[in-house]
Design a protein around this ligand. Structure first.
Ligand code: HSE
Length: 337
């Protein structure tokens, strides 16, 4: 499969490493040979229709700060030109999230669809701003559109709900969906560590958003709740429909008192018909949502299966490449590969 990578930050690099490490596995197990024919970042692009040498590309991008420095690379704002002109089967949009405009990812995704290319994204911005529009454009263009990595990082929240739980009515989705706040609350709970210091650590771990107020004010979780409501519950929700309370007012004292009562405080997102909300909640120790550190967890309330919970790593380039690769394999299978 010919692939265009748009965005060569942590996730683009993580996915490229996974392509290198798993080349033999993908070929043997799935009959899939991913060929990255172009990589684009904010400074330029590298294109090779025979397939870029990913090890060389990674080395150049790490050393020189852009894929444009790779041999034959070009400088400039080239994303749209590459998306439209380079022959490819799949475009990955791995650009950073902008929750106000959805850009630049929104335009990348639309242009790729209109050019007849399948799309995989991790970018919450376009999904929050224009979920229905993108979903119907994908249908109209007859292309596959996947976004597993946008919620839960490595945790297959969307795939589990849409595929394996498809026989159920999903009554409610509750989740700890933000690794940064979970890390903060855990460290404050176990060590009484101060908020500002732990936040700095979360930034150093590379899990916090570029603007970490999006994490701590609950907006990142609200984006994920919006995406889950749209993609799983089939409602037409926008970010403004989510009632949001962050964790800025959660004090160490409250965490200590909760702990004494056998509870932990978690930032929980809830989605059901007629209610979308995010806020700190008391969870009993031992409950599936009482996960610690950077983990994410989701519980589905269902008519047949009653309750199903999953947990795993919700952020990080290596972990998230699990979902990004899973989406590619899913498209490959859907197309009969
Ligand atoms: N900032 C997000 C988190 C990254 O902490 O979970 C993954 O969406």
């Amino acid at each position: 499969m010919r692939i265009v990578l748009v965005g060569f930050g942590n996730l683009g690099k993580g996915l490229s490493r996974a392509f290198i490490q798993k080349a033999g596995f993908l070929r043997k197990t799935h009959g899939l040979i991913p060929r990255v024919v172009a990589a684009v970042d904010e400074f330029g692009a590298a294109v090779d229709e025979k397939g870029l040498n990913l090890a060389g590309l990674l080395k150049t991008a790490e050393k020189r700060g852009t894929v444009a420095a790779y041999k034959g690379g070009k400088r400039g704002k080239l994303a749209l030109k590459v998306i439209e002109d380079v022959e490819a089967d799949v475009v990955y949009d791995l650009t950073p999230t902008n929750i106000k405009t959805g850009e630049p990812g929104l335009t990348h995704i639309k242009r790729a669809m209109l050019a007849g290319k399948h799309v995989i994204t991790s970018n919450k911005g376009p999904l929050v701003v224009a979920f229905k529009e993108l979903d119907s454009l994908a249908r109209r263009c007859g292309i596959e559109f996947r976004y597993s990595a946008s919620v839960g990082g490595a945790v297959p929240v969307i795939g589990l709900a849409r595929k394996l739980l498809a026989g159920n009515e999903i009554r409610e989705i509750r989740g700890v969906l933000n690794g940064t706040t979970n890390y903060l609350l855990t460290r404050m709970s176990t060590e009484g560590a101060p908020f500002e210091i732990v936040l700095r650590e979360a930034q150093e771990l590379g899990i916090a958003e570029k603007d970490p107020t999006l994490d701590i004010e609950g907006i990142d979780t609200a984006c994920k709740i919006t995406i889950l409501a749209n993609s799983i519950l089939g409602v037409n929700a926008k970010l403004k429909d989510v009632k949001i309370t962050g964790i800025t007012r959660v004090r160490s004292e409250a965490i200590r008192l909760a702990r004494e009562a056998g509870q932990v405080i978690k930032l929980v997102g809830v989605a059901r018909q007629g209610l979308l909300e995010v806020g700190p909640k008391l969870i009993p120790v031992g409950h599936p949502l009482a996960v610690s550190g950077t983990l994410n967890a989701v519980t589905f309330e269902l008519d047949l299966a009653r309750e199903i919970s999953i947990t795993g790593f919700g952020a990080g380039p290596k972990e998230t490449s699990s979902s990004l690769l899973g989406d590619l394999i899913d498209i490959h299978r859907t197309l009969g590969g």
